[in-house]
Design a protein around this ligand. Sequence first.
Ligand code: C2E
Ligand code: CA
Ligand code: CA
Ligand code: CA
Length: 278
Amino acid sequence: VKKNGKNGFQFFTPELNAQLHEKIELEGELRKAIERSELLLHYQPQIRTGDSLMVGVEALVRWNHPAKGLLAPGVFIPIAEETGMIYDIGTWVLREACRQMREWHRGGGPLIPVSVNLSAQQFHQPNLVGYIRNILEDTGLDPQYLELEITESMMMDAAVSAEILNELSQFGIRISLDDFGTGYSSLGYLKLLPIDKLKIDRSFITDITMNESDKAIVSTIIAMAHHLKMDVIAEGIETKDQLDILTANKCEEIQGYYFSRPLSATDVEAAFFAPMRI
Ligand code: C2E
Ligand code: CA
Ligand code: CA
Ligand code: CA
């Protein structure tokens, strides 16, 4: 039996049983995914509205499952977080993102940073800075080209997060606040923490052309970021109309399907790099 909030108990149905079975199976397969080289990164370009140049990329993990094909992180990151596998997967993601970026820089690609998503557990792992410094040293990437994406919910303990963020920031790594506006934390921490960039969550963008409240919220976040001397980027731009509203409100960077979906490294090179070498 499974505990159920309202009615007390709920008996396993065959469907629940099958779901549980599938989850356990996936968990076992995920444990082997790294050594079997089944994980890969896609990169979504971040575009400067002024001149449509790619000024950064966000690394987004995928799992090339032997039977199910390419799986989105929503399917396996929660399992990784529940089971502690997120440490190994997160390490692989950081290494691979830094390696790829260094390779691009050496090969004459644009000198842009890579943004990497951190889970709460990774953020709170002991000696995060030393751990990341090792990865940067091993891959040869300069800290200024790494940006870490964290969320408001990781800032709940202001004193603890201030210590971690200050160390990262002093080392030269950039900090971006992901899904901004969806958390429940107070705005007060923005003045205390070394945050370089606000990422406006896609939920405010989806209906922005029709919804005056969303438009007001977005333009206010952009103005606030400017006053606080932070960069600001809007996520989930899918249409020209959405882009026009953001441009009119002086949002300098955007990320979304309108410019590009997340792409394999090869596809980023083909679509966004000036022709290199031969
Ligand atoms: P996120 O960090 O908010 O990443 C943005 C998500 O929105 C990505 O989904 C991206 O493909 C999607 N997206 C981008 N532009 C558009 C758009 O115009 N329209 C729509 N509808 N969607 C858009 P994805 O790749 O499935 O990633 C989902 C989430 O999984 C991420 O949300 C992030 O929280 C998590 N994630 C991805 N990679 C990693 C990772 O390496 N480590 C950790 N801890 N989490 C990751
Ligand atoms: Ca993100
Ligand atoms: Ca986001
Ligand atoms: Ca999100």
